[in-house]
Write a protein that binds this ligand. Structure first.
Ligand SMILES: [Mg+2]
Length: 397
């Protein structure tokens, strides 16, 4: 299958968060930096960039260029909080997310097409959902390989969306300056300049052997990129290897029957996403937040990895049953983690022996067939057309 990779980059992230938290700073040059006048610029709003201010510039220099700018301290905790929210939006689209920095991520959207429409529609949806969730804009690039997705996200910034399709890759690369290739630094650019090489088109005028002889590994990489080759996969980061779904209820409740309906809905969504990507997890985590915001989690690890809705649900429901609800619940969620990345069944004999006699929940053939049938219908007609019998008539209200 052809790969579809997206790169998401928040627009002027730190500066935009400051403008969000201080609405009176909107439309004004905001410069975020630490350590008073001895520090460097961490982020500059687009208004500040017009004055020539950019990140990594000494604050002193920025003050000369933009004396009337607003100079804000770094609100690290706030950036992390918003970053987490952004990333969790991404997980509702694909479990294969590689967070590249606090405000950047690669998304493997290969195979997610049927669920969310065309890649452009999917990216459009992501941008909207991120804006609705955190109130900030981002830019997304779409391409068959990682480095082009990253270049594409920078193409129409801010609030950009740009796709480089397989059939357009060579045309796009022909005029692309080599300095735009991630990893090609200043010094390398200078050396290439001496050879009269400034675009990817120029790179291809020399053979792979030439580049290898001249620059070794970097030369090979350059030739590959100029040909649109980038074999790197989107690698989910360790802590990112989980998928979850949670809901803050309209009304706090002690009703376990109602809470279990939510668990079924969450299990269904998480399971469906995992199946779509051929992933399975072994650990199911239940999350409950009480009306006083105190929260608790309970986990259970299964001997076999699963992505079967009923199994995920049953384990979470059992975990809920084991809890004595002391206060009304305001949020209920569940997560699946502990993946085997290949998506293949991993038979762990030791675990098998330990769990054999302890009433472990395992998927039956019938449950798997129900999942397959539901997925097939939903992939074709969308998620709303069909639901499990137990969720019939159950709405968000
Ligand atoms: Mg950014």
């Amino acid at each position: 299958m052809k790969r579809c990779i997206m790169h998401l980059d928040m627009d002027a992230f730190f500066a935009s968060v400051e403008q969000l938290d201080h609405p009176e700073w909107k439309g004004k040059p905001v410069i975020v930096g630490g350590s008073g006048d001895r520090g460097v610029v961490c982020a500059a709003s687009y208004e500040a960039r017009k004055f020539g201010v950019h990140s990594a510039m000494p604050i002193v220099q920025a003050r000369k260029l933009c004396p009337n700018g607003i100079y804000a301290d770094i609100s690290r905790g706030r950036y992390v909080e918003i970053s987490r929210k952004v990333m969790s939006v991404l997980y509702s689209y694909s479990p294969v997310i590689e967070q590249a920095s606090i405000d950047e991520a690669f998304i493997d959207a290969t195979g997610a097409g049927h669920l969310f429409g065309s890649p452009l529609e999917m990216a459009q949806g992501m941008k909207q959902k991120i804006f609705d969730t955190v109130g900030l804009t981002c830019s997304i690039g779409i391409a068959p390989v990682k480095f082009l997705a990253k270049i594409a996200s920078d193409y129409n910034k801010p609030n950009g969306l740009f796709a480089i399709y397989e059939e357009d890759v060579s045309t796009f690369l022909q005029e692309l300056p080599v300095r735009k290739i991630p990893g090609v630094g200043k010094k390398f650019v200078e050396k290439l300049d001496e050879l009269g090489v400034s675009t990817c088109g120029h790179v291809l005028e020399y053979s792979l052997e030439f580049w290898e002889r001249r620059f070794g590994k970097s030369g090979i990489a350059l030739w590959e990129r100029a040909n649109g080759i980038d074999e790197r996969a989107v690698e989910p980061s360790i802590e990112a290897k989980s998928e979850s779904a949670e809901t803050t209820l309209h009304k706090d409740t002690l009703d376990k029957v109602l809470l279990k309906k939510w668990l079924m809905r969450h299990a269904d969504r998480v399971g469906q996403n995992q199946r779509k990507h051929g992933l399975k997890g072994r650990t199911i985590t239940l999350k409950v937040k009480y009306s006083d915001f105190q929260s608790l989690t309970r986990s259970k690890t299964l001997p076999d990895p699963t992505n079967t809705t009923d199994v995920i649900y049953q384990v979470a429901a059992d975990l809920l049953d084991a809890i004595d609800l002391v206060k009304p619940v305001r949020l209920i969620g569940l997560g699946l983690s502990n993946y085997n990345n290949t998506g293949l069944e991993q038979l762990n004999m030791l675990d098998h022996m330990q769990h054999r006699c302890t009433g472990v929940v395992r998927a039956t053939k019938k449950q798997q067939q129900i999942d397959e049938a539901l997925d097939a219908v939903r992939n074709k007609f969308g998620n709303k057309v069909i639901c499990r019998g137990s969720l019939f008539g159950f709405t968000d209200e």
